[in-house]
Design a protein around this ligand. Structure first.
Ligand SMILES: [Zn+2]
Length: 72
């Protein structure tokens, strides 16, 4: 039933993990499906490969942010 609702309407996503300012990982409150932001800004399924990419992306993003803060 829960899945059917998501299929008929849309997923009720909440942000689970903020990777960068633009890329986030989402989870549906109803069916638990996970999504992330693609390179083109669309929502795509969060696969293991994507999760790895996001992990690296987050590390780079945090590092860059720290450098910026130091320089400031
Ligand atoms: Zn859903």
């Amino acid at each position: 039933m829960k899945h059917l609702y998501c299929r008929l309407f849309s997923h009720d996503f909440i942000v689970k993990n903020e990777i960068t300012k633009f890329v986030k990982e989402y989870q549906c409150l109803r069916c638990g499906i996970q999504s992330t932001t693609s390179d083109t800004g669309e929502l795509i399924p969060l696969t293991d490969k994507r999760r790895e990419i996001n992990k690296v992306l987050k590390k780079l993003y945090n590092k860059r942010r720290k450098i910026k803060q130091k320089a400031y």
